[in-house]
Design a protein around this ligand. Sequence first.
Ligand code: NDP
Length: 287
Amino acid sequence: MTARIIDGKAFAADVRAQVAEGVAQVAREAGRKPGLAVVLVGEDPASAVYVRSKGKATVAAGMESIEHRLPADTTQDMLERLVDQLNADPAVDGILVQLPLPGHLDESAIITRIDPDKDVDGFHPVNAGRLATGLPGFVPCTPYGCLLLLRDVLGDLSGKDAVVIGRSNIVGKPMAQLLIGDSCTVTVAHSRTRDLPAVVKRADIVVAAVGRAKMVKPDWIKPGATLIDVGINRTDEGLVGDIDPACADVAGAMTPVPGGVGPMTIAVLLRNTLVSAARREGITLAK
Ligand code: NDP
């Protein structure tokens, strides 16, 4: 068998086109564009690339991009004051503080300071709680993008065995919550899991979010399974995922790296910002 390669780039372009229509509706009905504020502290090159591509995508969707670049020696107090100012600014619908922050800053205190109703990254504990209890809120962009891809490939996910490898707050845990929400039987694996290959072998759906190049091997995969590769690993051969591409010989469908999950993350960020603007303006989106 050769797996269908899931074209995350094309799917993300569809999501972004739909977002652009919603943005036009908000602009018509509220007389203003939705606004996304992105805060970057310091000079981390990977973060700078992410911030630039988020800014470009925001503008391409017809929204206002508000960028704040702060020096690496920014204090906790200065950053908190900026977050307070963005919380209070009516032109700002979404606030994203690019992580990781320089080591001297308290990341968790900053995330908690963001107004949960502008927390388009979905990292605030209030939004994590809403997701866990089935209340509407903002869902972290990467796992939500994975869910959209899975629904597109498989349709109804009900009753499927899903294994999520990784238990971080930004990918693994929310991914597990989303799959439970879609009635999968979910196993969350991590570095202490015993016999990971055997655990993965049971799965109809595998989501790998570890950060170890090509860790998941073809002989771990149940024939026909759907594989979602969140991993981004920079190696001598370039960018590779957590799933060995040779798994395509066994799987039914899988995402490539790059061009799979990555583009979906930004598309969902734009969608979350649009939804925030519509809520704040009391607008019901046509789509
Ligand atoms: P973290 O480092 O926060 O979490 C990694 C998880 O993998 C941990 O739960 C860890 O377990 C687990 N793990 C580590 N080693 C093993 C192992 N040998 N076997 C099983 N599990 C293991 O990473 P993130 O969740 O933030 O990100 C994961 C990957 O996804 C990274 O490559 C990151 O770059 C990428 N990423 C991609 C995005 C995209 O847009 N495509 C967005 C966000 C992340 P334990 O908890 O026990 O330590």
